[in-house]
Design a binder for this molecule. Sequence first.
Ligand SMILES: Cc1cc2nc3c(=O)[nH]c(=O)nc-3n(C[C@H](O)[C@H](O)[C@H](O)COP(=O)(O)OP(=O)(O)OC[C@H]3O[C@@H](n4cnc5c(N)ncnc54)[C@H](O)[C@@H]3O)c2cc1C
Length: 283
Amino acid sequence: MVDVLIVGAGPAGVSAALTASARGLSTLWFGSRSLSEKLERAELVRNYPGLPDVSGRDMRDAFLRQVDELGIEILEQRVASIYPLGSSFAACAGTDYFEGRALILATGVHAARSLPGEQELLGHGVSCCATCDGELYRGKRIAIVCEDPSLEDEVAFLADLAETVALFTPFECETPLPGRVERFLGTPTAIVGNGRVEGVEFDGGLMPFDGVFCLRKSVSPQALLQGLETIDGHIVVDRSQRTSIAGCFAAGDCTGRPYQFAKAVGEGNVAAHSAAEYLKSAR
Ligand SMILES: Cc1cc2nc3c(=O)[nH]c(=O)nc-3n(C[C@H](O)[C@H](O)[C@H](O)COP(=O)(O)OP(=O)(O)OC[C@H]3O[C@@H](n4cnc5c(N)ncnc54)[C@H](O)[C@@H]3O)c2cc1C
C-alpha cells in the first residue's frame, strides 16, 4: 500500500511524480521510460518556459534525468483497470494488483475509437482487462479484439481459460496459441447485446459470444475506472484536479483542451498537492 498511484508518465505524470516526491509521499508510478510518444514526436517546442526552442526528445531526456537523479522509479507497466476500494484504489497491471490510498490519472488523450456497443456493454460482458476479468469466462465462448501486438501475452492468458476463443486482430498475429483459438484478420464492426453481450458483428454476420475483451494500448478513462465522470472523453475535474471520485485526481491532456505541455505540467503539480491534502484529511 502506497500513498499515491500515478498512471501515465507523460509531462503531467512527471510533474505529479516530482511533486509527490517533494511532498514525501510514497508512490507507484506506471508508464514507460520513453515517457510519452508526444514528446518523441514534437519537433520543436517554442512555448515552454525556460527551455526556448527545445526538441521534444531533449525535453524528454531532461525530464528523465530529473526523475532519475531523484531516484523516482517508473514501473514499465500498462494499467488495464482500477477499482475503488472505499478508502483506497487497486490498479491491475500485468498479472499484479497494486494498492494506493489516492490516485492520479495522467493518461493523456485516449485516441483509440471504441466499437459501437462497447461503452454501453462495458462491465456487462465487455472487458478491457484480461487479468481482472479472465476468470469470469473460464469455460465460456469469448471474442478478443486485440489492437496491439504488445498485448499478445494477454491473448495467450485468455486463450488458456476460455472454452473457445475468436481472436480479431488488425495485424497478422505471430504468437503460438492453442488450436481452439480461431483467428480473424480485421476488427468487428460492433458489439451487440441488450443489457448483456450477445455477440459481435463481423463480415456482415452476427457471431455469438459470452464475453468480449477489447485489448488496446490505451484504455479509455471510463473503462479504466468505472463511474468516473467524463465529457467528450475527457475526465471532469475542478480547479484542484479533483475528479467525481473521492481520492482520484486527474491532470494533463486527459482532462481536456488545450493540449499543451505547460498545462499538463501545471495540472500534474496541482494534482499531487491535492492528493497530499486529501491524504492528510483522510488520516
Ligand atoms: C507532434 C506534437 C507536437 C506538439 N507540440 C507541442 C508544443 O510545441 N507545445 C505544447 O505545449 N504542446 C505540444 N504538444 C502537446 C503535448 O505533447 C501534450 O499536451 C502533452 O504531451 C500532454 O502531456 P500528458 O502527460 O497529459 O499526456 P501524454 O504526453 O499523452 O502522456 C500520457 C502517457 O500516459 C501513458 N498511459 C496512458 N494510459 C496508460 C495506462 N493505462 N497505463 C500506463 N501508462 C498509460 C501514455 O502511454 C503516455 O505515455 C504537441 C503534441 C504533438 C503530438
